[in-house]
Write a protein that binds this ligand. Sequence first.
Ligand code: OGA
Ligand code: MN
Length: 297
Amino acid sequence: MASASQAQTADLQIRKLHPALGAEVRGVDFNRPLPETTVTAIKQAWADHLVLVFPDQHVTDEQHVAVTRYFGEPEVFHQDIIKSKRVREIFRVANTDDDGKIMPPSHPTMRQLSGAQKWHTDSSYRERPAVGSLLHGIEVSRTGGITCFTNMYAVYEALPERLKAKVQGRRARHDFGMLSRELGARQPTEAERKAMPAVWQPMVRIHPVTGRKSLFISPTYNDAVEGMDDTEAVALIRDLTEFAERKQFVYEHRWETDDILMWDNRCTMHYVTPYDPTERRVMHRTTIAGDAEVMAA
Ligand code: OGA
Ligand code: MN
């Protein structure tokens, strides 16, 4: 009965990191198979805290992918850049190439990754946006590279009536092409463009697990708002973003080596602060693929 893996469950320790969201989870070892009770406890903690921090998880990419599978199907990125050549489910959120050499900020891959320095939620440009993401800090930054998360349930609930009225029943467009248009990332090939057409998503959504309403925008990818001209749309996304980034809603994560962060893309946004581009920063991400279209509120 008293197997090593069961001891993990008994020892799960959860510590809140910010009043709005984020909790540290100890007593879990991603090097070993997770018992069902542990997976259930993690899912509950995830629904409660939105962003979970698992410290000291010294895992291989294969183990990282295996852990992801407890929570859904890992997404495989539709472009060759960023995707690891060795493990196809791994996104390399890194300023080093596959040979370990630092890429300058002018490199098209770095320009594409700079999209993460603006508030967004992962894969919001897909018809079925990602459920969540797991990011492993392999070589972490000391000059910046702080990842910030905002609680979009709380943002929606606190939204001034003027803004609430504007987003109610409205859709915003999310386009992967924004990365090349706005940031000078590599132009998508014809096939990639066809595979990823812009999508209209409700601006207020219902979380399929908690049933709660949240604001759903992704400023890195938003290029239009239903029934608004460009000026009005840009102003609305800006106003919503400024509201969402108020300190009361935001947890800022300062990375330690071998932290794994698991965030819920259905009720949070995130971005990373700039860092010294001559400093190595190597983070590996898996993404839990979307299992359903976004539920409009
Ligand atoms: C991501 C992302 C933030 C970071 O991987 O989706 O936005 O801290 N990264 O690198
Ligand atoms: Mn991201």
